[in-house]
Design a protein around this ligand. Sequence first.
Ligand SMILES: Nc1ncnc2c1ncn2[C@@H]1O[C@H](COP(=O)(O)OP(=O)(O)OP(=O)(O)O)[C@@H](O)[C@H]1O
Ligand SMILES: [Mg+2]
Length: 278
Amino acid sequence: MPAALAATGLQKRYGSAEALVGADLRVEEGQLLGLLGPNGAGKSTLVKIACGLVRPSAGGIEVLGVPAGSIEARRGIGYLAELFRFPGWLSADELLTLHQRLAGSDGAEAERAELLALVGLADARAVKVEAMSKGMQQRLGIAQALVGSPRLLLLDEPTSALDPVGRRIVRDLLQELRSRGVAVLLNSHLLSEVELVCDRVAIMLDGRIVEQGAPAELSRPRGVEIETASGTQVYEGAGRDDVPRIVAEQVHAGGQVYGVRVLSSTLEDTYLEAVSGG
Ligand SMILES: Nc1ncnc2c1ncn2[C@@H]1O[C@H](COP(=O)(O)OP(=O)(O)OP(=O)(O)O)[C@@H](O)[C@H]1O
Ligand SMILES: [Mg+2]
């Protein structure tokens, strides 16, 4: 089965600026991948190439088994840009109608109502974009990306303007999409959010992927701390599986164990380590 998205040796130069210098990334069908990285790392450039909005200098992206930018690839994706602006005079319902026409969706009224409900805007169908808060517009943007039931959703920082309740709505929505088998590439700076919803995390730095894995893999064990009558000791590099052996050794040597703690680094620790080059 082809990947939902497969970027290979992806390079992009803007004049003398190198935005991507050989990025490789796969998002499997139905997978939710969080793409992290500092400002200017190249995340949005990769997403724009996947949409066919930007042409790579070398390498390429396949979307659902076909070249990014082709009609077939475009039919399969939904996209919410990082900085988007919808016409202020359209109501939520009119905006979705416009995007149904653009996407060739025949979902009609039922699709619009379902999407507005999914993003918590069921009561706002007649509200004009210009009368919406930023967070409402962002949720409308996500509904727009879902028009036509795409199999791959590209969301470039979809929760940056959302309050905690709005983020929760989007998080639940992403989980719902996963259960429907939709693949998602989520660009975000919110590590805790990515850690909560994503199956996989990739970290981009200076135009390439420098680290990737499941959130739990990237939150590596840092050691086991053991508290005995003679004080606290840390076994560097040990993990949960080592605990029985460590405790047995302590007891065998006549020690009295008062407490054991498995120390693990958070995704934030791994991220900071990866982007600071150490
Ligand atoms: N149209 C453009 N013309 C020239 N340089 C560009 C253009 N678009 C992006 N760049 C440069 O390419 C690099 C990568 O930018 P990109 O927007 O992909 O980063 P990003 O990871 O999305 O950052 P952020 O987290 O701030 O959104 C940056 O150095 C940026 O200045
Ligand atoms: Mg960006």
